[in-house]
Write a protein that binds this ligand. Sequence first.
Ligand code: ATP
Ligand code: MG
Length: 392
Amino acid sequence: MSESRIIKKTPEMEDYEEETGKLAIWKGKVNKDFKKWQIKKQKDTIKKEKIETLSLSREERKQIKTELKQQKEIGKDYKHLIVVENLHKTYLLGTTAVAALRGVDLTIDKGDFIDIMGPSGSGKTTLLNLIGGLDTPTRGKIFLEGRNISMLNDNALAEIRRERIGFVFQFYNLLPQMTALENVMVPLHFSGKLSKRGKRKKALDLLRLVGLEERSHHAPSELSGGEQQRVAIARAFANDPAIVILDEPTGDLDSKTGIMILNLIRDLNNKGATFISVSHDAVVSEFASKVYHMMDGKLTHEGKIGGLKETETMQIRRKQEAEINKEKCKSLIFRFFFANQGKNQIRVSDIKDSIPNLIIMNLPEHFNDILAELIQENNINGIITGDILFLN
Ligand SMILES: Nc1ncnc2c1ncn2[C@@H]1O[C@H](COP(=O)(O)OP(=O)(O)OP(=O)(O)O)[C@@H](O)[C@H]1O
Ligand SMILES: [Mg+2]
């Protein structure tokens, strides 16, 4: 029996013959060309299937994206701004493990000013770094605005840091080659929401908020420690963060300047900003709304504890001074009004320029609040809109 009788023409061979006009079986043998054609056909089919599965996964990816978006929406219904659950962090140093956090639970609400006190090495910075998305926990969960951030990858964490967190460190961390204004503008460059002009305006507004508008073009080296820290605070607010994290914010300042910074933070807190701060001592606790103590990686107890805090006499004197400065400020504003009679629009910054900085820095409230109070007390027909006082 010859082979030619065994070989039967398959439907595929018929396809080949139709497509190429050649014979699939020639002299009782399968044509080599047909075999090549067959392999090519198979490869094409595999390729087609691959494309189909790819587009399928594209569909799937779309679905995952929608689900993620929905999850984010769910996150909007959160009860607490931040919830920390059973947080653990263990650092590996060669073969030794350092348990820096050993089961921390903490709840932070909008408008809180939380201070965590504790000795060196107790885990304060570690906790802040985890809450601020600078590091990930070994165990436990952190919910920020209802979203679990403890499992996020580096890119997602970077986005959260950029958009939701403000940081203030002990050593200000300002960029030395940039002016105060440029330093405050840095976080605004990443957000891309504002025009160049808008960024400048926002940065100037923030510098005004911390009483440093007139120092906007100074380099950090031309500013005092307290002023540099005020720039750092303005910068922390640039991205409208959900929370501002302060790691030893007054640690490098003398006590009087430290208290000035804490006054500023308390003012901003009274206006609704949320803070979490850590420190070695109890100065900050005097200004905070909630105080915790940290020991060996655990939050031990809540409540205000005495320590290096501002003494009662210091506090009374500070409050008295603030009140005296407020009255001085009001009488100087009156003098300014008198000198500018007839005008019905005055820039608040012009009024402010006529008051010595020392007085402004030691006011119990912000300058604009004092101005508004003065207008109300004296039945002056005027309103402050942005930076302008309209009189009629
Ligand atoms: N990157 C790291 N690698 C290894 N161990 C670390 C690391 N960071 C911190 N630790 C250790 O974890 C523990 C807690 O450190 P952490 O910096 O959180 O303390 P702290 O309370 O902020 O101290 P301080 O008041 O001195 O700033 C310490 O024992 C520290 O040595
Ligand atoms: Mg620390």
